[in-house]
Write a protein that binds this ligand. Structure first.
Ligand SMILES: NC(=O)c1ccc[n+]([C@@H]2O[C@H](COP(=O)([O-])OP(=O)(O)OC[C@H]3O[C@@H](n4cnc5c(N)ncnc54)[C@H](O)[C@@H]3O)[C@@H](O)[C@H]2O)c1
Length: 313
């Protein structure tokens, strides 16, 4: 999406951190901004910040774990700015802990916000972008924790891997409609993510870790050692303009992804030597698919999978 001026963006978790940085960067590029957040006071402060920078901004109180609240947010965006072109599904929270100690309701909370919140954001906004036919772009915030899985962060990692996976598929599905999809995978950025429990809704019951979350305190030191959120906002604008699928902000973390991929590839080599798998034949589409993959034609193999799923082998 090259021409951003005069377009409108809806940004969840827009009152703080990365969401606010995207609002500043998009607003500075002439985009109207609708901030959506669960915390009214933070929303008010963020709007003041944006308006002081002459950015056209409005706000809506919205818990992304509830599809209806995103629908209300979409209606308010259309009422205020006429159309919506960009959606940043960015609201997210952190939770984790030693194996077997993560409270069940923390799993519910983090899946509702980090995973279902992104699904709802896409399902509410993409039809509105399709309807005006001017094209658009979706940015889903995952994390480097969607690329590698730091121990003790499994609930967070699981939701972020899911956001990467969904965004990869949606990128291919929505391209023909002129809608780009990116997945943002930052390393540590100086925000308030380590204080996520400030906005854990009462729906999830009393918070057993309200005053005692060693993991979140440890994470705090890492988060506060991170980069400036405004650099991430600026990177996101570059990526929207250039239609990038993966938005990385910490190129020095590539080595960690390489390490994971090397272990995955090693697993394939082990399978290739496995007596248990010797002599396995395949028919029809399977045979063409695996022949393409074995010949290093990854894109052909991918398009055969897509054709198979569409019932057009
Ligand atoms: N800061 C980092 O180091 C880092 C790294 C990788 C990914 N991320 C991701 O960036 C995104 C933004 O987080 P941040 O780092 O800016 O943290 P942050 O806590 O500063 O901002 C998150 C915002 O989301 C809002 N929010 C929380 N629950 C919500 C809900 N249910 N509905 C709507 N809004 C809600 C909060 O009120 C807050 O304004 C998250 O998805 C996070 O996982 C952060």
């Amino acid at each position: 999406m090259k021409d951003l001026h005069g377009k409108t963006a809806f940004i969840t978790g827009g009152a703080s951190g990365l969401g606010l940085s995207m609002a500043r960067a998009l607003g500075s590029a002439g985009v109207n901004v609708m901030l959506a957040d669960i915390e009214q006071a933070a929303l008010d402060r963020a709007l003041e910040d944006l308006r002081a920078r002459q950015i056209k901004a409005a706000g809506v109180l919205c818990n992304v774990a509830h599809r209806d609240q995103l629908r209300q947010g979409a209606l308010k965006t259309i009422e205020t700015f006429g159309k919506v072109h960009i959606v940043c599904n960015n609201a997210g929270v952190g939770a984790g802990g030693e194996f077997g100690t993560v409270p069940e309701r923390d799993w519910d909370w983090i899946i509702d916000v980090n995973l279902k919140g992104v699904v709802y954001g896409m399902e509410v906004f993409v039809p509105l972008i399709k309807a005006h036919g001017e094209g658009g772009h979706c940015v889903n915030t995952a994390s480097m924790a969607g690329m590698i899985s730091p121990p003790g962060m499994e609930p967070y990692n699981a939701t972020k891997f899911a956001v990467v996976a969904m965004s990869e598929g949606w990128n291919m599905q929505l391209a023909p409609a002129g809608i780009g999809v990116s997945v943002l995978c930052p390393g540590f950025v100086r925000t308030r993510i380590h204080e996520s429990r400030r906005n854990r809704p009462a729906d999830y019951g009393a918070d057993p870790r309200a005053n005692d979350d060693a993991i979140n305190q440890g994470a705090g030191a890492l988060v506060l050692s991170g980069i400036d959120p405004d650099a991430v906002g600026a990177r996101v604008v570059e990526a929207i303009r250039d239609g990038e699928l993966y938005i990385f902000t910490h190129p020095d973390m590539k080595a960690l992804v390489e390490l994971r991929f090397a272990r995955i590839l090693e697993g394939f080599d082990t399978a290739a030597r496995s007596p248990a798998l010797k002599g396995q034949g395949r028919d029809g589409l399977g045979d063409r698919l695996f022949a393409a993959a074995a010949g290093g034609q990854g894109e052909e193999a991918q398009s055969l999978i897509l054709r198979g799923l569409q019932g057009k082998p």
